[in-house]
Design a protein around this ligand. Sequence first.
Ligand code: NDP
Ligand code: GDR
Length: 339
Amino acid sequence: MRRKKALITGISGQDAAYLSNYLLKKNYIVVGGERKKNKSNLWRLKALGIQKKIKIVSFDLQDEKAISKTIRDGKYNEIYNLAAQSYVDKSFENPLYTSDANALGVIRILEAIRKYSKKTKLYQASSSEMYGNVNTKSQDENTSFHPISPYAISKLHAHWMLGLYRTAYNIFCCSGILFNHDSPLRGDEFVTKKIVRDLLRVKLNKLPCIYLGNIYAKRDWGYSLDYVEAMWKMLQQKRANDFVISSGINYTVKSFVNEAAKNIGFDLKWIGKNLLEKGIDRASNKVIVRIKKDLFRPLEINSTFGNSAKAKKLLKWTPKTKFKKLVKIMCEAELRKYD
Ligand code: NDP
Ligand code: GDR
């Protein structure tokens, strides 16, 4: 049987690394789209030992001509668009670039598929951020969207364009509304990775303490390795559809800190309120965690809580890795860096 060929955009990112590995195991030809930089940044593929198995092509969400050519010439069965300016906080500083890459970039891909490669199936990385602060207990595919960051608005623009191309042009495109998912390959700017990395630095006396913003925000956290399987399953369905992918349980950032601290060998007690709240190690009485005003966002989603019943029913997908296990996996991987 002919091998399927997939293009994964944003190949230097967290999800792209796990998805590449997953597709290679399924005997796909995997092509990775990387935007041009002074220095290529494929450490995640190297960490999984798959860098040599992936052909890298130049891919920038802002470059319409190159996107058209790549999609026209590539003859891909499937495209997974994972590329994005993915950091919510940065989107407030850089709304123009965020919108251009995350919203218009997706339209550039859709247009190229419509014009040159109508049989190619597209997976788009949508986000739970699109919901904003809603009053429903949990969020599913029918929950309305109230985005409150430039990032979320750009993702919603792309999400709605996908729906349009699906109905107007019969293009097979699926939107995965994924809730937070992290891993040892998570980018340093995201809170889980920052907590694990910096708590360990404090333990090793390389850093006096760690600074955080809103520790009362709740997130529905899962493991990236589990979530990429759902992306693939979406594109194997008979009909294109949108799916929420989540763990179905949420925790505060503070709970993440407490759990990571335990794994790293601290027993934290908390004193004070608001900006003066501190996490103190009981054994040494040292302040390990402090709060910093600059790390709060102009607008914040207080809580995310996904309901992925549809994915369970139609994709036979359920998350395998629970919160405590995820924190343990991330802490153990960070500890191994110092072995
Ligand atoms: P990462 O931040 O790890 O990876 C993003 C990738 O996009 C990087 O490879 C980055 O390349 C690339 N990129 C950024 N700007 C451009 C551009 N202009 N053109 C081409 N490539 C670009 O993200 P994740 O792996 O965590 O997430 C994958 C996708 O899923 C993203 O779209 C994200 O928004 C979305 N998402 C993620 C969730 C999560 O919890 N992880 C949840 C919901 C959605 P470079 O190395 O050059 O910066
Ligand atoms: P998020 O992830 O914004 O949910 O977006 P992030 O890890 O950045 O923040 C999670 C929560 O932690 C709070 N927080 C801090 N965040 C960071 N980064 N740094 C801090 O010091 C800090 N202190 C507290 C934040 O305010 C927030 O409430 C991720 C990304 O992967 C998006 O691309 C994706 O779409 C969503 O998840 C779903």
